[in-house]
Design a protein around this ligand. Structure first.
Ligand code: TYD
Ligand code: MG
Length: 462
């Protein structure tokens, strides 16, 4: 009789070996390699199953109906999803433990439960616990069913039998599949269970939400390994100490990934923040150097944020550079440009840059604000409170054009700002006939931008 094939799998990272080893060469963990079950060997994809029929169609012959989208009752979430929840889609909501993922999903149950049956499966909390929280959030619906279960096959069986219209799985790290022996939360479990729920979402044509925690070390068994499987990845971000949260689309097969939703965590759940700029700037003190306001565009939304730079004398041979909410390498680049092109030296000082409120500014339009805050911090020159700036800083010290200029300028005007310092190129393209209700100054170089905050320049410095 032919000897049955043996396969060993690392329970931490999923690496396969023909022989047992004490230490996994893939992830370095000890004693994590175990013999695979026959089912896992089959699932290895090396079975010699006959190839299925291969079908293809001419593009023009493929018809589709408009995809059904459900409103979730929370417009911030609808926007991030690209206009509502798509039927048959698998949505991953990732985030640190305690950030508010379960709260958000329970809240949407309150609204969606009016018209749809929802199955909320929690592997973390008992039905009583969920009910308690639902009561506190004021969520009550006859269409909402709660289950405390963590078996993948039982959940899928229940869904196929009872056909709920929406399924919520909280969280994938607690779900285990019978086909795999490793513990809940391991990479193999998370991957296989996600695949199983994906098949369920597609075959039953129901939207499925999966909650996933990001672990401390950046998520080895976290959402990263699920991102390519699911349709939509949303990350819930925010400082736990602060009350507001940002929901960001990271991947979306049904919409743009630039959108964000802003929420505030209150005593009675998450509240939408429709005016994030006001929130980001609250608590700002004027007459302190090193502070500059920028208008960043997240998706289609302009949001004003405060950039702070603290420049202090350093006692270290290699001075410190700390960036919070801003790209570290970009900070180095801006410091280099400031030194080379404007002659301000940061060699003997520590530099700390912080974007207030836990916001992350990834777009180049924030460069100018960072440069201005650094300049203001070094020279102890206060940037007037009602000044907003944006623009990309080039290596030559030039200020380059960015997109969404009108939206940015209008947002600043709406919040009562008096002066905008923007790239000259953008200034030229702004329609002059439109009244913005704010003084706009176009600048070509960093030096012009620095001068624009102190001098009283003409409408445009050249
Ligand atoms: P939760 O949704 O349980 O987080 P996650 O599912 O992402 O792990 O949120 C838990 C936190 O939110 C907890 O620290 C308490 C806080 N919270 C409020 O401040 N107000 C509320 O109404 C609720 C339900 C939770
Ligand atoms: Mg939770």
């Amino acid at each position: 009789m032919a000897k049955q094939k043996q396969l060993f799998i690392c329970r931490e990272c999923g690496q396969e070996y023909p022989k047992w080893n004490g230490r996994c060469a893939g992830c370095g963990s000890w004693n994590s390699i175990e013999e695979a079950t026959p089912a896992e060997i089959m699932a290895g994809g090396k079975s010699a199953a006959p190839a299925g029929e291969f079908k293809y169609s001419r593009i023009g012959e493929i018809s589709y109906e408009d995809e059904t989208r459900y409103g979730t009752g929370i417009s911030e979430l609808d926007r991030v999803l690209g206009g509502g929840l798509v039927k048959g889609s698998l949505v991953l909501i990732g985030g640190d433990p305690g950030i508010g993922k379960s709260t958000l999903l329970l809240q949407i149950c309150g609204y969606m439960g009016n018209d749809h049956t929802i199955l909320y499966v929690s592997g973390e909390e008992s039905e009583r616990q969920i009910k308690l929280r639902a009561d506190r959030l004021g969520v009550a619906s006859d269409n909402l069913f709660l289950a405390s279960n963590n078996n993948c096959e039982s959940i899928i069986h229940a869904v196929v039998q009872n056909k709920p219209e929406i399924v919520i799985i909280d969280s994938i790290q607690t779900i285990t599949s019978n086909a795999i022996t490793s513990s809940a939360g391991s990479i193999v479990q998370v991957r296989e269970c996600t695949n199983a729920f994906m098949r369920m979402a597609k075959s039953e044509e129901i939207p499925v939400f999966i909650v996933s925690h990001v672990n401390k070390d950046g998520g080895i068994a976290g959402p990263k390994i699920m991102e390519h499987i699911v349709d939509t990845v949303l990350y819930f971000e925010g400082e736990k100490q602060l009350s507001y949260r940002i929901l960001r689309a990271f991947k979306n097969r049904f919409g743009s990934t630039n959108e964000i939703g802003v929420f505030n965590m209150d005593d009675d759940g998450l509240k939408e923040v429709t005016n994030p700029s006001e929130m980001m700037l609250s608590g700002r003190i004027s007459s302190v150097s090193g502070s500059c306001v920028v208008c960043s565009v997240e998706g289609t939304r302009p949001i004003l944020a405060e950039v702070q730079a603290l420049v202090t004398k350093s006692s270290l041979s290699a001075p410190r550079r700390v960036a919070n909410g801003f790209d570290y390498n970009r900070l180095y680049m801006i410091l280099a440009v400031l030194e080379k092109r404007t002659g301000f030296f940061y060699g003997g000082v520590d530099v700390y840059v912080n974007i207030v409120g836990g916001l992350r500014l990834d777009e180049p339009a924030a460069d100018l604000a960072v440069a201005m805050a650094l300049y203001s911090g070094l020279c102890d020159k206060v940037i007037p409170e009602k000044v907003m700036v944006f623009g990309e800083v080039g290596l030559g010290g030039e200020i380059r054009a960015v997109s969404h200029v009108r939206e940015r300028v209008k947002e600043a005007a709406r919040l009562g700002f008096e002066k905008c310092i923007i790239p000259k190129q953008n200034f030229s393209s702004l329609s002059k006939s439109e009244g913005y209700g704010i003084q706009i100054i176009g600048v070509r170089t960093l030096e012009q931008a620095f001068r624009a905050i102190t001098d009283k320049p003409k409408e445009c410095t050249e």
